[in-house]
Design a protein around this ligand. Structure first.
Ligand code: 3HC
Length: 301
């Protein structure tokens, strides 16, 4: 019948307005790709200065994208950047973002803080709003434990740098409906990503596999088996990785690397994920990689 056709129509279910909560590196990247896809975006963060930084980095990264599309047409490049950035509205007030079709959370990796946010969103958002977390390794089901709309909740895990990395992991929560799953897969495609699906398991697909690789590289360097440069060159030229494991750790952030390994160890008990004294020491010293100017290598800030 007519109703059935209407409810199956993708254009009626399509996600047009997206709210991203968290204006850090991942949040601003997610906001950017949604704006590039022509969607209306709200970017929410408690800290106004973080929103300023996010807007600047989005402008920069939009220029990189626009230059690729419009090569030697400066007017078109400017137009592309202007149009996309105008689609992103920033606010420090969560309520400015609650009227959205999809909300993606990319805030601090702390279970209780995430749970509080989702409980609030669950109360504030209209019934149809889908809620998703970009967590790297915290359990999706635990994050959503307190919400009522468990059928409209799951994980959308992006990779850094979001505008460049082509993958999106769609994480199925225990009670996610087929409709929500399809909406998430379609939205991922609409923002230019190839989607893979994973159950709510520690580290999902990519971090579960990057974890042992990264941990063994750190231990190899800690033992002095090879220099950091040679470990990195080895995996770039011998295995075709764009970055070596120590460079990648600097790029992702040593604190994030340590956090992911800790969660994987807690959840799986696999000794390969056990804490690594060298990593602990560097994090304690504030050597977090590119973002602090020093990790395994030194960077200009
Ligand atoms: N926005 C838009 N475009 C960007 C960009 C950004 N933030 N960063 C880079 N680019 C573009 C550049 O403009 C360039 O475009 P071009 O090829 O058309 O000139 C292209 O991407 C390549 O960039 P660069 O030439 O500056 O540098 P590289 O060729 O070294 O590539 C890289 C950089 C894409 C970061 C590449 O080194 C890479 O893929 N590294 C591995 C990254 C990775 O593994 N990420 C996943 C980490 S794990 C994770 O995120 C999960 C989390 O839960 C921990």
């Amino acid at each position: 019948g007519l109703t059935r056709n209407f409810s199956n129509s993708t254009s009626l279910n399509a996600i047009k307005t997206v709210t991203v909560v968290g204006g850090g590196l991942m949040g601003s990247g997610i906001a950017q790709v949604a704006a590039q896809a022509g969607q209306n975006v709200n970017l929410i963060d408690l800290k106004p200065e973080l929103l300023d930084t996010a807007q600047k980095s989005i402008q920069n990264n939009l220029h990189r994208v626009a230059r690729k599309i419009h090569k030697d047409a400066p007017a078109k490049i400017e137009e592309y950047v202007k149009e996309a950035s105008e689609r992103i509205k920033v606010s420090t007030n969560l309520e400015d973002g609650t009227n959205a079709d999809l909300i993606v959370e990319a805030i601090v990796e702390k279970l209780d803080v995430k749970q509080q946010l989702f409980n609030r969103l669950d109360q504030l958002c209209p019934e149809h709003t889908i809620l998703a977390s970009n967590t790297s390794s915290i359990s999706i089901n635990e994050i959503g434990a307190g919400i009522k709309r468990k059928n409209k909740f799951g994980g959308l895990h992006f990779f850094n740098p979001v505008p460049v990395m082509r993958l999106l992991e769609v994480i199925k929560s225990e009670q996610m409906s087929e409709e929500t799953y399809q909406a998430m897969m379609e939205w991922g495609k609409s923002v230019g990503k190839t989607c893979i699906t994973c159950k709510d398991t520690p580290g999902f697909v990519v971090n579960r596999l990057l974890g042992p690789y990264s941990a063994e590289a750190l231990r190899m360097y800690e033992r002095g088996d090879a220099s950091k440069e040679d470990i990195d060159i080895g995996m770039k030229l011998g295995a075709g990785y764009p970055m070596g494991p120590l460079e990648l750790s600097d790029y992702t952030g040593l604190d994030t690397n340590k956090f992911v390994l800790n969660v994987l160890y807690e959840k799986t008990g696999n000794p390969v994920f056990k804490s690594i004294p060298l990593l602990d020491k560097m994090v304690a010293e504030g050597k977090l990689g590119v973002k602090t100017g020093e990790g395994f290598y030194k960077y200009k800030k």
